[in-house]
Write a protein that binds this ligand. Structure first.
Ligand SMILES: [Fe+2]
Ligand SMILES: [Fe+2]
Length: 191
């Protein structure tokens, strides 16, 4: 990230798509404790990313872009499936003999979903929203990230909130979604 350059919500989401792909690659090569930690990082990163899309980005796209209902309907459906598969992978556990095969299938689906957003949704949003609006929407991601740090971090220096943000994916997603909803409400108060 270039210091001093303010990234808008689409810049941040595209950067996270790259981080997600990198994490899938690392997870495919990891073992034992490192693999468990990387999977927890993936859960947090997907929780932050998909919650901001679900609560802030897709509702805006639905109203503002051509075929908004169809495009965001498909994206929401894919995100719902991904959340359930992530929960299934967590229940299976990283040491299960089927984990790698299912993770690889999950990675393909998540990457295809990200590509769909980058081709069918983000370019239209960039055309139809002002730079100020897209800049303001980045606040949703920053609020979510403050709650659930998504950058790799040494275990010893981990914050209490990061520890709290480990565990079943559905619970992590719920907590991050509450944070993004609070952020959205705080924006309404400013209008
Ligand atoms: Fe998404
Ligand atoms: Fe995305």
């Amino acid at each position: 990230m270039t210091a001093g350059v303010k990234q808008d919500v689409l810049d941040l989401l595209i950067e996270q798509h790259k981080q997600i792909k990198t994490l899938f690659g690392q997870l495919g090569r990891a073992e034992g404790t490192q693999k468990r930690e990387l999977f927890e990082d993936l859960v947090r990163l997907l929780a932050v990313h998909e919650s901001a899309e679900e609560i802030v980005v897709h509702p805006t796209a639905q109203r503002k872009i051509d075929r908004g209902d169809t495009v965001t309907g498909q994206l929401r459906h894919e995100e719902d499936e991904a959340k359930h598969e992530l929960a299934a992978l967590y229940d299976l556990g990283v040491d299960h003999p089927d984990f790698d095969r299912r993770l690889s299938r999950f990675a393909d689906a998540v990457v295809a979903h990200a590509t769909r957003e980058e081709t069918e949704e983000f370019p239209s949003l960039r055309r139809n929203l002002s730079a100020a609006q897209l800049g303001r929407m980045a606040g949703a991601l920053r609020a979510a990230e403050a709650m659930a740090p998504t950058r790799p971090h040494p275990r010893s220096g981990e914050s209490a909130s990061a520890n709290l943000m480990a565990g079943p994916p559905m619970a992590v997603f719920d907590r991050v979604r509450d944070t993004v909803r609070d952020w959205r409400e705080s924006q309404r108060d400013q209008d």
